[in-house]
Design a protein around this ligand. Structure first.
Ligand code: ADP
Length: 409
């Protein structure tokens, strides 16, 4: 079964063709700057093998349809391609950001589901319309091939009302659907599943804290395999300190900025999403640059690291309290997988809660999942690389298999 994974943004399409028989990557690529004067397409076929081939070219890419056609022409290229024609693609899996309260699991794409994604666009105005562009184009280009939508919010639909409600007038929830939804669900679910496998326990028996630290950052409390709380909120701004996003702030700061600095809603929104977080504190949003600056004695960079890792520690404490018993903490994504200092600082002082890091294992560079807790740690600590494309591939496959097994299918 070959599944094409599509992650469509407002001016880009990320794609990956997976062979689900052995979960190998046949091709992966990125179409960028769609609609600009000069677009960019990059594609690697058979990555990591002796036949690996890299293709990169620049030309105008008018729209998503044009971009997708280009990607497909590379995949089916007679010399360097990986498939003969479109019929070699058995299914398509789309990443969709917001399913609101309407979608609890990955779902086969129908006209009805497209309408649901459209209905939830006000909750993710930058993402859902762009995801829909990808879906519309793929349905035109691949008629008859089953397509599945995998939602960032779906895994968090098990969060109970006590955790997803904000203490606002209740009609804000009832009439305007203002509540915590959570994001990065595909990643949290994927690493939770991998962690359960590594612990040798069914996921349904695992209590975990999964910590996704990339450009966007979030933490999830998982009880018996289900998300019961997460740090991102109604939008992907709440919670942890991120690359350019503030995470938690006092909500009264908004009115202070408006009244005293004359900032309008757009400017406040832009500041909190694009100019805050690590970048706001020290001018840099890549953790590697921040470490280099700290080594040069940059005080703002040191503070940015302190603020981020303190917030991480605070939420680990909160989720320990929420869960009671925890089998493992899992670090994932760009910073979580690669940054020993951030991991160590985020766990400082948690020994009395049974969380004891093995500092040698923490600093040793290794690929793949690695356990970094010491033998006397009652809570295991793991680094588990996330793989959202593979997660979407697996979830899509499950939807298709269930459809086949369903009566009357
Ligand atoms: P995204 O949220 O965009 O998917 P990633 O998970 O790829 O992001 O994480 C990107 C971030 O990871 C970078 O901005 C950088 O801060 C961090 N990062 C990547 N590699 C390293 C590394 N070797 N050491 C420390 N931080 C890293």
């Amino acid at each position: 079964m070959r599944i094409l994974i599509i992650n469509s943004g407002s001016s880009s399409i990320k794609f990956q063709l997976l062979d689900m028989a052995d979960e190998s990557v046949l091709a992966s690529g990125l179409v960028e700057r769609i609609g600009e004067i000069e677009g960019l397409l990059q594609c690697t076929t058979r990555p990591g093998t002796a036949q690996e081939h890299k293709e990169k070219f620049q030309r105008r890419i008018a729209d998503h349809q044009d971009g997708m056609r280009l990607a497909v022409s590379l995949l089916t290229d007679t010399e360097k391609g990986v498939i003969k024609d479109l019929a070699d693609i058995d299914a398509i899996g789309h990443r969709v950001v917001h399913g609101g309260e309407d979608v609890r699991r990955p779902t086969l794409i129908t006209d009805e589901l497209v309408a649901i994604i459209e209905r939830n666009s006000p909750l993710a105005p930058l993402h859902n319309p762009a995801n829909l562009d990808g879906i519309k184009v793929a349905r035109e280009l691949f008629p008859g091939i089953p397509q599945v939508a995998v939602f960032d919010t779906a895994f968090h639909q098990s969060i109970p009302a006590r955790a997803f409600l904000y203490a606002l007038p209740y009609e804000m929830y009832e009439q305007h659907r203002i509540r915590k939804y959570g994001f990065h669900g595909t990643s949290h679910k994927f690493v939770a599943g991998e962690c359960a496998r590594l612990l040798g326990k069914p996921l349904e028996q695992c209590n975990l804290i999964t910590i996704h630290l990339g450009n966007g950052c979030s933490m999830t409390a998982i009880e018996k395999g289900l998300s019961i709380d997460t740090t991102l909120g109604m939008t992907p701004l709440e919670g942890l300190v991120m690359g350019t996003r503030s995470g938690d702030v006092d909500p009264a700061i908004h009115s202070f900025l408006a009244r005293n600095l004359g900032m309008d809603i757009e400017a406040i929104d832009r500041m909190l999403n694009k100019d805050s977080g690590l970048k706001g504190l020290c001018g840099m949003n890549d953790m590697r640059d921040i470490h280099a600056a700290i080594a040069q004695g940059n005080e703002h960079a040191r503070l940015a690291l302190e603020v981020q890792t303190y917030r991480n520690r605070k939420y680990i404490g909160a989720y320990l309290a929420v869960l009671g018993r925890v089998d493992a903490l899992v670090f994932t994504a760009g910073i979580g997988e690669n940054d020993a200092i951030v991991r160590e600082k985020s766990l400082t002082g948690l020994e009395q809660f049974g969380i004891v890091l093995d500092s040698q294992a923490n600093t040793r560079r290794q690929k793949g999942p690695v356990k970094i807790s010491s033998a006397d740690s009652t809570v295991q600590i793991w680094i588990i690389p996330t793989n959202e494309e593979l997660a979407i591939g697996r979830e899509s496959l499950e939807v298709l298999n269930n459809r086949r097994l369903a009566p009357g299918a």
